[in-house]
Design a protein. Structure first.
Ligand code: PA5
Length: 462
């Protein structure tokens, strides 16, 4: 019941493009200070594994919703940190090919994470709104995509049901307890609601009601997920800095970033874990990619996270990884064991073509391919580490979430940026609001229109 990190493949002689142990050890003092500061500040998400109240509110609400008649689908309306964790845990823990159709007695789950009209339209054609329960998730309560999804679905429901009051029963709104448009809507109109704690930002919120309600609705083991997170949280807070695996992970990645290897490939060898890599991608990108450091100096720091899925992407990206530029660090995500044993079988005993597969199992093939890729990368002088989850269950997914969140916070500290803000995202949000005619941003809209008018046009058509 643990996650293990094998860092051996990250180290070399120093003059071979790999990090030397001497350099890593010498930087550890700086890392230990970052860790001390983090533990002293102790952000609120670091206690979430032990906060029973969010799970309790989700359980109560999930029971009410599951008891409603005629509900076939559960749809999360949110974006970014309000969607990616939900997708990741559903894909990892409700493993049904292509569609998340979890335990008996629970609805099909969808997390569209998009306002593409074809995507949302197709979803509502497949599952009519009146057979859905919608969980609107927005920490800030002001995200334009989530507001638009909410309005589309509410409108569809009031048309189908002929009553606002009936339509409201199909919604649960997860948002800040006191602030934002969505909280006001809950207070004024009586929408059922759940809480995102004020001190927890979107991409650090999967272990709050943001992810827990989805888990409960899907019949997944949310309690174990919290226990896994709490285990990692406690172990990493209670050990010494030199034993802190998240710190070692963050430090190695930051040192490589400083050396020009700022592309960080997250490479799960598990199809069910593929969306954990999407979740990680947002966490690492949005937390570390910053214009200013903590003193306000312009630094343009960050690392570029990239998702690859094994063995699939061996036939897509590995050529680049083994022979392309030396600008990457690899994290392979390995499962100690898969849930299913599938024998490859021996139907063609006469054929020598299949001899090496005869009597073997698919999990052995996945692991051979993972090791093969690791060996190819190491022999090509590429830095690789392996994060092993004993298995992909709720407990280990909780461990993974907490581990990566802690590593990200440490990496932010080492890079001297604020990992918990996202001014670059806010800038885009404001511009979109201005372009959609939001009264608050009239001045900004005028600036943007002027800028567009001044732009020279360079369009080619074919
Ligand atoms: O991690 C973040 O803070 C962001 O990705 C947000 O989750 C995203 O912008 C959605 O914001 P909100 O939950 O406030 O609607």
């Amino acid at each position: 019941m643990a996650i293990h990190l094998d860092l051996a493949g990250l180290f070399g002689a120093g003059d071979d493009g790999l990090l030397s142990r001497e350099r890593f050890d010498a930087a550890y003092e700086r890392a230990a200070q970052v860790r001390d500061q983090h533990l002293q500040a102790r952000p609120e998400w670091r206690g979430l594994g032990e906060r029973e109240e969010f799970l309790a509110e989700c359980r109560t609400r999930a029971r009410e919703v599951l008891d409603q008649d005629g509900m076939d689908a559960f749809v999360v309306l949110g974006i970014g940190g309000s969607a990616l964790g939900n997708q990741a845990l559903l894909a990892a823990l409700a493993p049904v090919y292509q569609e998340w159709a979890p335990s008996p007695g629970h609805p099909r789950c969808f997390v569209p994470d998009s306002i593409d009209p074809d995507w949302i339209g197709a979803l509502l054609e497949q599952v009519p709104a009146e057979r859905c329960h919608f969980n609107v998730i927005s920490k800030s309560g002001g995200t334009i995509e989530t507001s638009a999804e909410f309005l589309v679905c509410f409108e569809a429901l009031r048309r189908a049901l002929g009553s606002d009051e009936e339509a409201r029963k199909h919604f649960t709104i997860t948002t800040d307890p006191a602030h934002g448009h969505f909280r006001k809507l809950c207070n004024d109109l009586g929408f059922a609601s759940l809480t995102v704690p004020p001190g927890v930002g979107g991409r650090f919120s999967v272990l709050t009601s943001v992810g827990l309600f989805t888990a409960e609705m899907a019949g997944l083991d949310a309690q174990s997920m919290l226990e896994g997170a709490a285990r990692v949280d406690r172990n990493l807070a209670g050990c010494s800095a030199t034993e802190d695996v998240a710190l070692a992970y963050a430090l190695a990645h930051v040192l490589y970033t400083e050396d020009g290897k700022g592309v960080h490939v997250h490479f799960p060898y598990s199809h069910r874990a593929r969306l954990l890599a999407d979740w990680y991608q947002q966490l690492w990108a949005e937390s570390l990619g910053k214009k200013h450091d903590v003193d306000g100096a312009v630094v343009h720091r960050g690392a570029t996270p990239v998702k690859a899925v094994g063995p699939t992407d061996q036939h897509s990206q590995v050529q680049l990884y083994v022979e392309g530029p030396h600008d990457k660090v690899f994290t392979m995500l390995k499962l100690g064991r898969f849930e299913r044993d599938i024998e490859i079988g021996e139907p063609f005993t006469q054929s020598p073509a299949f001899e090496h597969l005869r009597g073997k199992r698919l999990d052995a093939l996945v692991e051979a391919e993972r090791m093969g890729t690791e060996i190819a990368l190491v022999e090509a002088g590429r830095p690789v580490c392996t994060l092993e989850l004993c298995k992909l269950d709720a407990f280990h997914v909780g461990q993974y979430f907490m581990f990566m969140q802690i590593a990200t916070a440490y990496a932010g500290g080492l890079l001297r940026v604020d990992p918990f803000d996202q001014p670059g995202v806010e800038a885009g949000k404001v511009a979109a609001l201005a372009l959609m005619g939001c009264g608050e941003y009239q001045q900004r809209a005028a600036e943007i229109r002027q800028r567009q008018a001044d732009r020279s046009v360079f369009v080619l058509s074919a």
